[in-house]
Design a protein around this ligand. Structure first.
Ligand SMILES: *Cc1c(COP(=O)(O)O)cnc(C)c1O
Length: 361
């Protein structure tokens, strides 16, 4: 077997989940966000583990993601956050999935389907309070009500918004939360009595108690990344490989495609069997750091499709077959690696490729 794998620590996952429930208190429930294959961790295993911990609800982006969970025995409600098309309504209803609504046309279609099939369909209404992405615009809610109020076969089970800047802008976040509260009041005034009100992603959950309402939607924090400074979480994924070749090259040698790295001294290099086709981004060329022997070593030259090269001149006692951590230990967290190439942990986690087996601990 090619020695490149992602170790997924389910103990760390449950510790992070329990830490999350401590932060929100007993009255608030959790919709764990497991979209994009649980940010690369494997949605089935992650959801099964969280179901054991009595996670109340799950959130995914697409119907396919929801169906994967249903097929693997997840019984909890599953909300499809990025919306569905009308030809997916049938699958959604038959599998007891929860659609999100952000326009009246969709609600009419949902209502029509429910009427035809003599059923009631629950949905979550999404309100746009300043992300300017999906959602009914909060300042125009009243215009929509006249159209929604007559739809008797559908039930607004939840109302929610998404906060754009909870990690970086307190004033804007406070404004969004306040617009959301106003929207909820308007919705209640019209006679809707949703069971769930939610707005908090991980950053809001950690930094804004007033964003919790009665349901929170943590994603990245249950995977142990992007935590606020005072909140200790455990990294769940460790991306690992083993050295498959070691060699010494003289000063002036060019390394990898295009010769973007030129050795300025006699250099000891090691080759690792992981590349951009495994989700080790090509942006990490000449910028990435890996962890081995309790220190770090730089990625030199271009990241190839299946291989990278590291400089181990300064690292003692390196042998063929030694284990190397690409991210996820104390020397190189996924947040640190992401910061080296101007991205976020979310991206580096969710791009870990299909070719990389997940090994669950
Ligand atoms: C992805 C997502 C979340 C989770 O965000 P994190 O920052 O990972 O906690 C919450 N809500 C919605 C609507 C999302 O799309």
């Amino acid at each position: 077997m090619r020695p490149t794998w992602a170790e997924i620590n389910l103990k760390a996952l449950s510790q992070n989940f329990l830490r999350t429930t401590e932060l929100i208190g007993e009255k608030v429930k959790v919709m764990a966000i497991v979209k994009a294959d649980a940010y690369g961790h494997g949605a089935v295993k992650v959801s099964q583990e969280l179901q054991e911990l009595e996670c109340h609800m799950f959130g995914v982006a697409t119907v396919d993601e929801a169906m994967e969970l249903r097929h693997s025995g997840i019984k909890a409600p599953i909300v499809i956050l990025s919306g569905i098309c009308s030809d997916e309504i049938d699958t959604v209803v038959k599998n007891n999935l929860t659609p999100v609504a952000f326009d009246t046309q969709f609600l009419k279609e949902l209502n029509k389907y429910a009427g035809k099939n003599n059923t009631k369909i629950k949905y979550h209404l999404k309100v746009d309070t300043g992300m300017n992405r999906l959602g009914f615009q909060s300042n125009k809610l009243n215009e929509y009500f006249s159209q929604i109020l007559t739809l008797n076969n559908i039930i607004m089970e939840g109302v929610f918004t998404h906060l754009s800047s909870a990690d970086c802008d307190n004033a804007y976040t406070a404004e969004q939360i306040s617009l959301f509260k106003e929207s909820c009041l308007q919705i209640n005034d019209k006679g809707f009595k949703p069971s769930y009100y939610h707005s908090a992603n991980s950053a809001a959950l950690q930094r804004f108690k007033q964003s919790h309402f009665n349901l929170v939607r943590p994603g990245i924090m249950i995977y142990g990344a992007s935590a606020a400074e005072d909140i200790f979480l455990h990294p769940v994924m460790k991306l690992k490989t083993r050295i498959i070749q070691i060699k010494e090259i003289p000063k002036g040698s060019r390394v990898s495609y295009g010769g973007t790295f030129v050795a300025d001294r006699p250099t000891k290099i090691a080759v690792l069997p992981i590349g951009y086709a495994d989700g080790y981004s090509r942006h990490l060329s000449n910028k990435g750091l890996v962890s081995l022997k309790n220190t770090t070593a730089p990625v030199i030259g271009q990241v190839c499709m299946d291989l990278i090269i590291i400089d181990i001149t300064e690292v003692q006692d390196v042998k063929l077959g030694d284990e190397v951590v690409l991210f996820g230990d104390e020397n190189i967290s996924v947040d640190k690696l992401a910061s080296l190439v101007d991205t976020i942990s979310y991206e580096l986690l969710s791009i870990v490729g299909k070719r990389v087996p997940r090994v669950y601990l």
